[in-house]
Design a binder for this molecule. Structure first.
Ligand code: ARG
Length: 604
């Protein structure tokens, strides 16, 4: 925000250090929180250490040397517009601003940049984020929602931080679970599928549960039951075999049912405002992964034990020269020539690197797949991909229900669409009482925004490593640390501006040359932190950083709203300055919400 001043000062520091043969380290600037004034600072510890390494000058300990340099540098700096004073303290150079100048600057910066406020400088790296990759032939449950929301928010953060970003999905559309549903449909339900994208997706889950009941061995089975079950099992296996062999009937059955799942997935992504750039599928990684097995054998990375009646394996630990067990030994091709989940992940990664020129690859996947992904990354490294080091697994904890773990097999899941519908019902019920002045169709739209906001925030405000026990009451609560609390800051800001009948550009030339209240100071400070929070959340892969920030910002705004008169301000100048502050706050809240994939309504 103070790049110009920082640059000016930096230039002078560089000039001085060059003239005096001081090995200046890169200068990192940090904001100084308000303590009567705002400012920014940089330290000279690294430079002092550089000097010591070169064995130059007096043999002062680093802190003293840093302080000496800070003082020398300070002596060279004249004033600059808006700067109130400069001091050299404990190896730091602190530059302070006139409070009114600083406040004005923050507010201007926000309003001039608008939706772009906080965007990081463009960077050359391309980052791929893979998420929203459930298996097909089930329905989308609340655990998938956690994955999708986390992934989307991470993608938005990385993109806004300045990286070229590619969003990718990788549904699992192969395997026994898939065939089980195909078999059930073909045998008992052909032609009976319900209309409606969600209904059909949810119905597939019902078939899956029913099929598992039929195929599961029960206690005290009668001999007839046993032979019935075994006959079903034989049919399922036979269908799997036919599918594998490329039998047209089985393939068509697969394509049709798979498409029902994917249609529902696409619809849900649309509801969550997620736009995928690339769709990978497990089924499409299968063939190429077989060629990779051959390549890995040829390169001596994989061992072919098929001649001895074994499989193709990679002794990862041994090949990496590790003495302790870490990645273990893994099969990458079964004796019967079929590939594994791991094999397909190798093909997927190759495609990501070679076709999409990805420099960094982030996998948003359930934490229970951690070892699997580490193994895949380790094999990529053995294989020689430089990007292997830049593969990152963003794991997230399990979403369970108060009554225990979710299980698609048993049909014990909370579906995303159910929660979504319930959320809207609840918001509408509240609005019917409170917001009588909002027209009905507008209310529907707002209800969806608030319901989804509550749901998304309940997933984002928990650290990704932690498990979530999903409780619909808590997820849809509107008090305390919730999405609607943050959305409400946006609504309140909007209503003040509406009442005043102003738009922010009508408030040019306002100034903050009056005594700011502590709420105004806090609000300005929170706004000024946004750009740095964007970078931090993106670099650390932590949507939680942005979720907490958005809450702190909203909180600062609500405190301001309660304590500081705007429309009733004592004089016209103060009123205009505060209106402009409100306009800026509304903007930053909206930008933060957007990064959290939460809509910012104007009324609620
Ligand atoms: N479809 C998998 C599942 O539902 C997740 C895929 C994760 N991504 C990957 N590249 N392995 O468990």
């Amino acid at each position: 925000m103070f790049q110009k001043e920082q640059q000016l000062i930096e230039d002078k520091i560089k000039e001085y250090c060059e003239a005096n043969d001081i090995a200046l380290a890169e200068l990192k600037w940090q904001a100084i929180p308000f303590s009567g004034e705002w400012g920014f600072s940089t330290s000279f510890f690294q430079t002092a250490a550089n000097e010591a390494k070169r064995g130059k000058g007096n043999k002062l300990p680093t802190p003293q040397k840093a302080q000496e340099i800070a003082e020398q540098v300070k002596g060279q700096l004249g004033g600059a517009a808006g700067i109130s004073r400069i001091e050299a303290v404990k190896g730091y150079l602190n530059v302070y601003f006139k409070t009114s100048e600083y406040a004005n600057r923050v507010v201007n910066e926000v309003l001039i940049n608008g939706a772009e406020f906080g965007r990081g400088a463009a960077k050359s790296e391309t980052v791929m984020v893979e998420y929203a990759q459930p298996n097909t032939h089930h329905s989308f449950h609340i655990g998938h929602a956690r994955n999708t929301i986390l992934g989307e928010v991470l993608a938005r953060l990385v993109e806004f931080a300045g990286y070229k970003t590619i969003r990718a999905s990788y549904p699992g559309d192969l395997g026994l679970g898939v065939v089980t549903v195909m078999w059930m449909y073909d045998k008992f339900y052909k032609g009976q599928e319900p209309a409606g994208v969600h209904e059909r997706g949810q119905w597939l889950l019902k078939l899956y549960v029913e099929a598992n009941q039929l195929l599961e061995k029960k206690e005290n089975e009668t001999p007839e039951e046993t032979s019935q079950r075994e006959a079903y099992e034989t049919e399922r296996r036979e269908l799997y075999r036919r599918y594998d062999a490329g039998d047209p009937y089985a393939r068509e059955l697969w394509r049709t049912t798979r498409e029902w799942s994917l249609e529902e997935l696409r619809e849900i992504l649309h509801m969550l405002d997620v736009k995928m750039d690339v769709w990978f599928y497990e089924s499409e990684a299968d063939e190429p992964s077989k060629a990779i097995v051959e390549e890995l054998i040829a390169k001596g990375i994989a061992d072919d034990e098929r001649p001895q009646g074994g499989a193709v394996i990679v002794k990862i630990d041994e090949k990496l020269g590790l003495t302790k067990e870490k990645y273990r030994t893994n099969v990458i091709l079964r004796r019967d020539g079929t590939t594994l989940y791991l094999t397909k992940d190798l093909a997927l990664a190759k495609e990501k690197f070679e076709k999409y020129h990805v420099d960094r690859s982030i996998y948003v996947v359930d934490v229970r797949q951690s070892l699997h992904l580490q193994q895949a990354f380790a094999i990529l490294k053995l294989w020689g991909f430089p990007q292997a080091e830049k593969c990152f697994h963003l794991g997230y904890g399990f979403v369970s229900l108060p009554e225990g773990a979710m299980s698609s097999r048993k049909g014990r899941v909370v579906l995303f669409k159910e929660v979504y519908d319930e959320a809207i019902r609840r918001v509408l019920a509240v609005e019917a009482e409170k917001s009588v002045d909002i027209p009905a169709e507008e209310r529907e739209k707002i209800a969806a925004q608030i319901g989804l906001g509550a749901l998304a925030y309940s997933m984002l405000s928990v650290d990704n490593n932690k498990d979530i026990v999903f409780n619909i009451e808590e997820a849809l609560s509107f008090d305390g640390r919730t999405g609607p609390y943050i959305q409400n800051a946006h609504v309140r800001a909007n209503s003040i501006l509406k009442k005043a009948g102003v738009t922010s550009d009508k408030l040019q030339g306002t100034s903050y040359e009056y005594e700011l209240t502590k709420q105004e100071i806090e609000l300005i400070e929170q706004m000024s932190r946004f750009p740095q929070k964007v970078q931090q959340a993106a670099e650390e892969y932590r949507p939680l950083v942005m979720a907490m920030y958005a809450y702190d910002l909203a909180n600062a705004f609500h405190s301001f709203y309660h304590a500081v008169p705007v429309l009733q301000a004592e004089d016209e100048k103060v009123k205009n300055a505060r209106l402009r502050l409100v306009a800026a706050a509304k903007r930053v809240v909206a930008n933060a919400l957007r990064l959290l994939d939460i809509q910012a309504p104007d009324a609620m």
